[in-house]
Structure formats: structure tokens, C-alpha cells
Design a protein around this ligand. Structure first.
Ligand SMILES: Cc1ncc(COP(=O)(O)O)c(C=O)c1O
Ligand SMILES: [Zn+2]
Length: 396
């Protein structure tokens, strides 16, 4: 597959080593995470217009839309939420509704680019472990590209996510037991990868391409605001891939002279699994793995996020922050947003809504501020947890 004009290859975040473009993997020298790089002087990007899909930004993606765009991911609406703005005491709140992607979450953006990279490298098979949504997205994009997907999910992943992997013809492996967490799925994936050398990984921060695909969320937000940089972007954070990607996008836009300021990047987690918030509050550069995960927020229940150093760096460089709220507040926020705006947030995503309120209560935002909440996925993908909460509220 051809690459785009400005795409230069990959560079290691840790040691700076340059690596020729390849489908997958970490730095051959130090094992660090690899990052696609571009010759920004060769990029021609028209900004400020309406957004049709993430492929409007192909000039800052590795592969051209003509070969890599299969389902038109991205181009999701940025919806004004004046009721939330009133309650938070800020000028404007917008919700970026990633639930409107083909498989119902922002994971489509990372899957589109990482599966394209695997296809470009001539792979027949891709594999990953995931909390659920990334597995669903990878199965769909692999299906569209004619590749086989091997998807390792923990038992606690949602019914919809497991079901749709199989609908796409994916090879679904469920790491057993109700107590199983994402780490158990990860170990099953590692064993299978060791036995199948030809499989290409599309796992978080093993492939260098998922954060690059997800960076298009920030390109879209800034274009949809007519070129304005929001004061804060509140992101429901698990591994932090999307946050690292959006911060990269903001830096790229600054390098290319389109913006002057970076948007403040805010981590929102559940207090039932908040390793990055803990590290932020302690002033540490990396997280300590979290032992007991206790949250219904499946997508962000990542007890050992491997790129926490990149996330924390992005938060600090952009003068953002980090906040954890409890599951009750998160589920309440999902219901309140649904009832005031009609928009459906999954529990993991509603951590951004309740986290933003908490940040506002702490005085983090000013009355002239514009705050964007990332609704990373559709509420209907995790309807059970939302409905159970409504049932409990009605009973109580
Ligand atoms: C709906 C949803 N939101 C957020 C996340 C967290 O993504 P990231 O790894 O970018 O922090 C996930 C990941 O599984 C998810 O499914
Ligand atoms: Zn390296």
C-alpha cells in the first residue's frame, strides 16, 4: 500500500530511534512505543470547514483515504450542551459524539489505521486483547479488509462487544471466569502471539498506529469550533491512547501554524480504577499498577496502563488535569445527560461528564471557558449497566 506524501516513518518515544514504517511492534532497540512522524512542511491541510470523516485529515495520516478508508469513521458531531454549561458555570460545553462511528465507538479511528497498516504489510491475520470496544472495531475493520481477526476479551466485556466480534467472523477468545480482567485477556493474547508469529498486533501501543488514528478527534473538534482551541478536553481514560493522540494533534496543528495554544487535556477515571489520577496527584511520572478494580466502567478499567508516562506528560504540558469520580456519580451523569440532551453515553464515557462537573466544582474552569467532553462510545453498547442503575434509582 502506498503511504501519504508527508509520512516519514516511525520514531521511538523513548530513545528517538527512527524505524522504517512497518505494520506493528515496538522499538527494536529499547522496546519503547513508536510514533508515526511527518514532514509537516509537506503537509497541505485546509482547516476550518465541515468535517466529513477522519480521512479529511489524510495528509497527517500514514495511508491515503483511497486505499485505507473503508467505512468512513469519524466526522462525528460536536453537540452543544447549554444545560451542562450552565451547571458547570462555563461559557460553552460540547459533547463530541463518537457513538456515531460505524461500530459505535472512537475505537474505529484506531482500527481503521492499524488494520490498514497490517494489510499494507501483507498480513493475513491481526490480533489484540481489549476490554471490548477495540476488539469489536478491529473485527469489523479486519473483516472489511479481508483479514482474520483474533480477539481476546475478558469475561466481563459486554455482550454486544463479544457478539459483534463473532458477527464479523472474528475468532473470539474469552478469558474465563467472572473475575477475569483485561490482564487475563492480555496473557491469553501473549500466549497466542508466541505461537503465531505471522499475526500482526493491533493492540494498544503495540501497533504504532492507533493513537495516530485517534488524533483525528482533536483535528475535528478544532475545525468544528471554527479553528478555536477549547480550554479543556475531558477524556475518559483507560490506556490513554486517545488523549495521547489528541495531544499529538494539537502539537501538530501548532507546529503547522494553525493554532497558538494547546487545549488543556484532562484525564477522567472512575475511582474504582484510577491509576493515572493517583500518579497525577502524587506528582509522579508513571502510574503504580492498581490491584483491585471495582467499577462498571469497562472501557476505562485499565489497572496497568503501559503508556501512563505519555499521558501524564500530555496532561502536564497542556496544563490540564486529572479527576476521578465514583461509579454512582458516573452513572447518574450518564442518565442526566441522556435526559437533558438526548445523547447516550456509555458508563465509561460518562466518567468524562461527571469528571468535568467535579473539575468545575473545584474551580478548574472559568466563566468564559469552552469545554469539550469526549463521548467515546454509544450508550446503547452498554445499555445493561445504565438500565440497572435506573432500576436502582427508581427502587431507592
Ligand atoms: C468507550 C471507551 N472509552 C474510553 C476508552 C479508553 O480508551 P483509551 O485507551 O484511549 O484511554 C475505552 C477503551 O476501551 C472505551 O471503550
Ligand atoms: Zn527506542
Amino acid at each position: 500500500m502506498e503511504t501519504t506524501e508527508a509520512f516519514e516513518g516511525l520514531r521511538c518515544f523513548d530513545c528517538g530511534e527512527r524505524v522504517d514504517a512497518m505494520a506493528t511492534g515496538r522499538c527494536p532497540d529499547c522496546g519503547g512505543i513508536l510514533d508515526p512522524t511527518y514532514d509537516y512542511e509537506a503537509v497541505s491541510l485546509s482547516t476550518g470547514g465541515p468535517v466529513a470523516s477522519m480521512w479529511d485529515y489524510e495528509a497527517v495520516l500514514p495511508f491515503p483515504a483511497a486505499s485505507a478508508n473503508r467505512m468512513g469513521a469519524g466526522g462525528t458531531p460536536l453537540v452543544a450542551c447549554p444545560e451542562l454549561a450552565d451547571r458547570m458555570g462555563v461559557d460553552r460545553v460540547f459533547l463530541k459524539d463518537e457513538g456515531q462511528n460505524p461500530t459505535g465507538t472512537f475505537k474505529d479511528r484506531g482500527a481503521a489505521v492499524s488494520v490498514a497498516a497490517a494489510a499494507a504489510a501483507g498480513a493475513d491475520d491481526v490480533a489484540l486483547s481489549s476490554a471490548g470496544n477495540a476488539g469489536h472495531a478491529a473485527a469489523a475493520y479486519a473483516d472489511a479488509a479481508g483479514l482474520d481477526a483474533h480477539v481476546f476479551l475478558p469475561e466481563r466485556a459486554g455482550f454486544t462487544q463479544k457478539a459483534m466480534v463473532e458477527v464479523h467472523g472474528g475468532d473470539l477468545h474469552v478469558a474465563g471466569g467472572e473475575e477475569a480482567q483485561i490482564g487475563d485477556a492480555g496473557r491469553a493474547y501473549e500466549r497466542a502471539m508466541a505461537d503465531n508469529e505471522a499475526w500482526q498486533s493491533v493492540k494498544t501501543f503495540v501497533t504504532p498506529y492507533r493513537h495516530d488514528g485517534k488524533k483525528t478527534m482533536a483535528y475535528e473538534v478544532i475545525d468544528q469550533l471554527g479553528g478555536e482551541v477549547p480550554d479543556g478536553i475531558v477524556y475518559p481514560t483507560g490506556g490513554g491512547v486517545g488523549l495521547v493522540g489528541m495531544h499529538k494533534a494539537a502539537r501538530e496543528l501548532r507546529t503547522m501554524g494553525h493554532i497558538d495554544e494547546l487545549p488543556g487535556m484532562y484525564v477522567a477515571q472512575s475511582s474504582g480504577c484510577a491509576p493515572i489520577v493517583d500518579a497525577y496527584e502524587a506528582g509522579d511520572d508513571r502510574h503504580e499498577p492498581w490491584a483491585d478494580v471495582e467499577t462498571v466502567c469497562g472501557g476505562i478499567a485499565i489497572p496497568d496502563p503501559g503508556a501512563s508516562d505519555l499521558v501524564l506528560e500530555a496532561v502536564r504540558e497542556s496544563d490540564g488535569g486529572a479527576v476521578a469520580t465514583d461509579d454512582e456519580a458516573i452513572l447518574d451523569a450518564a442518565v442526566e445527560v441522556a435526559r437533558h440532551t438526548g445523547l447516550e453515553m456509555a458508563p465509561a464515557c460518562a466518567a468524562a461528564a461527571s469528571g468535568a462537573s467535579e473539575l468545575a466544582d473545584r474551580g478548574e474552569f472559568g466563566p468564559d471557558d469552552t469545554v469539550v467532553l469526549l463521548n467515546t462510545g454509544a450508550g446503547s453498547k452498554d445499555a445493561d449497566a445504565l438500565r440497572a442503575h435506573v432500576g436502582e434509582r427508581n427502587a431507592g
